[in-house]
Design a binder for this molecule. Structure first.
Ligand code: B1M
Length: 213
């Protein structure tokens, strides 16, 4: 197998044996984000496909997630950091009913490395907790993540609850089940502030930079 194929295979097979040395080899050729968005994401897509075909069980997908998390944790130290002054404070949450957090945590790393203070509320976060934390933390924007189809609908409900609580700071939404169109036609009309769709973590950073300007 080529180096790239091996990296994808660690994720698919949920195996960490040899992972770090291969990540180090990859670092000679690619930036940390290129490694994550390239071969590692390719492995995750394959995991999603196999899982969908009932060729993997949840316990196996969990091991794949562990490999992805270990890779991101290793690569994080080599990511570019632009520590200027604090550009803003952003809250992140995976919406109620959803446990997927690898994407959200990647967004946290990228934003934190680029001057943002992050309040990460974790997974399965109900709207009440977002509202409560917003009041305590006074963040400049709220980021919602969700990978399940039902999470897109949960974002609509969350936006409604935030609006009803009188909150109107910009909301950034992202995650696999979401689209720009759904964001525009279904979430935006339910909120009084801005609602922006981010397709990946770098897009999230671009959006945050625009919002804070
Ligand atoms: Co689950 N899962 N999972 N899963 N899982 C998916 C999402 C699924 C598509 C797999 C499939 O069937 N093909 C499917 C959803 C189906 C649907 O709703 N249409 C699915 C399912 C069904 C489930 C369960 C219901 C399975 C079960 O129990 N029977 C269950 C759900 C439990 C729940 O949430 N209540 C479940 C559980 C799990 C694990 C726990 C085993 C594990 C998660 C571990 C964890 O996160 N700690 C897991 C995994 C790993 C996946 C797949 C394989 C990979 C997700 C991932 O981490 N990708 C996934 C299939 C897939 O996506 N290919 C799948 C890598 C990550 C970096 O990408 O999160 O997309 P992603 O983030 C991207 C962008 O989306 C964006 O930036 C990131 C990249 O830069 N982004 C944002 C994300 N959030 C953002 C927020 C932003 C901005 C950008 O601003 C705020």
């Amino acid at each position: 197998l080529t180096l790239e194929e091996r990296l994808a295979a660690y994720v698919v097979e949920g195996s960490k044996e040899g992972l770090i040395p291969d990540l180090e080899l990859a670092r000679a050729k690619y930036s940390p984000l290129e490694i994550i968005n390239g071969p590692l994401m390719k492995g995750m897509e394959e995991v999603g496909r196999l899982f969908n075909n009932n060729e993997l069980i949840v316990a196996e997908v969990l091991q794949s997630a562990e490999v992805m998390k270990a890779s991101v944790a290793h690569l994080e130290q080599f990511m570019e950091k632009n520590e200027t002054s604090v550009k803003g404070k952003i809250m992140l949450a995976t919406v109620k009913g959803d446990v997927h957090d690898i994407g959200k945590n990647l967004v946290e790393i990228i934003l934190a490395n680029n001057g943002y203070q992050i309040v990460n509320l974790g997974i399965k976060v109900p709207p009440e907790r977002i509202i409560e934390s917003y009041r305590a933390e006074k963040v400049d924007a709220i980021g919602l993540s969700g990978l399940l189809v039902k999470s897109a609908q949960q974002m609509v409900l969350t936006a409604q609850d935030l609006r009803n609580a009188g909150i109107d700071v910009p909301i950034m939404v992202g995650g696999a089940a979401l689209t720009r169109k759904f964001t525009k036609t279904r979430i935006r009309p339910e909120y009084s502030g801005m609602v922006v769709y981010a397709k990946d973590a770098m897009d999230g950073l671009d959006i945050a930079n625009k919002l804070m300007n």
